[in-house]
Every structure is written in structure tokens, then in C-alpha cells.
Write a protein that binds this ligand. Sequence first.
Ligand code: FES
Ligand code: FES
Length: 212
Amino acid sequence: MTPPPRQQALTYLRALYDPEAANKCPQRWTWALGRGNISASTVHRQGRRMESVTLAVNGTERSLEVEPRTLLVHALRDELRLTGTNIGCDSSSCGACTVLVNGQSAKSCTMFAVQADGADITTIEGVADADGTMHPMQQAFHEHHALQCGYCTPGMVMAAISLVEEYPELDDQGVRHGLEGNLCRCTGYQNIVNAVLAVAGSGSDGSNQDRE
Ligand code: FES
Ligand code: FES
């Protein structure tokens, strides 16, 4: 890219320290970003209205600044670097982004991060024990070969944990109905159902306490 003329450089520098100028001159950010002069998060923050949000994520309180329009899934992935939660559609169709919000499964692309302010969030990174022992649902997915490419798996596991906690006595149809909001593009549904039934049939409600 041809270096900008002096006037452009001055405008850029002013924008860097003046959010108002940045708002009027968004192309300066694009230019600076393209040259690697500033980070994406700097562009994100400068000159835009931000909200403070506090989340208890996997048992740890996390505070972050987000735009009001930031989806919870983007806050988890981009701000907190919890990339186990996947994005499959961004439109609440696939369930790849499923997490637990106050113990209940929720598609994290369907809510804003500010809506989750003060909530307990559990992501796939938070379900195993600190020593690496897998959650019973993770173990069941492993033993029943309930994943192929694995893209749907974090959301599927989180939805299944919530489902078994809510309905410990599940049958085949109950599992299929309960997980109908989670899509597996590899279409490995039978083994997923088998894995969930194994946890449901074990007398475990799928919670961490069942391992103690
Ligand atoms: S990414 Fe959220 S439902 Fe598909
Ligand atoms: S295992 Fe590939 S999308 Fe489900």
C-alpha cells in the first residue's frame, strides 16, 4: 500500500487519540489496521460506545468491555478467548454455540453479552475437572464415538448436559426431541443419542457432583 500523504497521516494520528475524529473518519482505522499499526481490538474500542459486563465464566469472574451489540458468543470467543464454543450459523439454527447460562442451555448467538451481565456461564472448557477428568457426558461421547469432525460437539455436549439434568429419565425419542435444536452436519445422530442415553440411564444427572 502506498504510504499516505502527510495530511492523511496527521488525520490518522489525530484519530488515534481522538475518538470523535475516529468516528468521522472510519477509513483511517481500516488503513491503520491494514498496515498492522494498531490491533483490531483498538479499532473496536476507540470511538465506540462500550458497556461494562461482568460474567462468572466457568467459575471465574470476568469483567470486560463490549459494544452493546456484541453477542455473547463473540464475547466468549473474541474477548475471553474461549474458542471451544463454536459458531455455525450466527442465526440460532444450529446449536454449535450452546453454553449454559445460569445452568440452562442457551444458544449464545441469540443473546447479547450485556444481557448476560451478572450471569453464571459455563462453556465446554468448564465442564471437565481441573485434573482433566472428563465430564460424564464428554466421556460418554468419547466411548460411543458420538463425534466425527467434532464441530457440533461442544454445543451438543452442553445441550445434552442441560437436557439430562432437566430430564434424568430420557428415552430415545426424548433425546432426539431435546436435542433437535442442535445440528450435526456429519449426521452422526445415532451415536450422539446413544451417548446421551448412556448418561441418562446411568442414574447420573450428568452433573459434576455425580463423579464424587
Ligand atoms: S451459531 Fe448459534 S445457533 Fe448456530
Ligand atoms: S460431528 Fe461433525 S458436525 Fe457433528
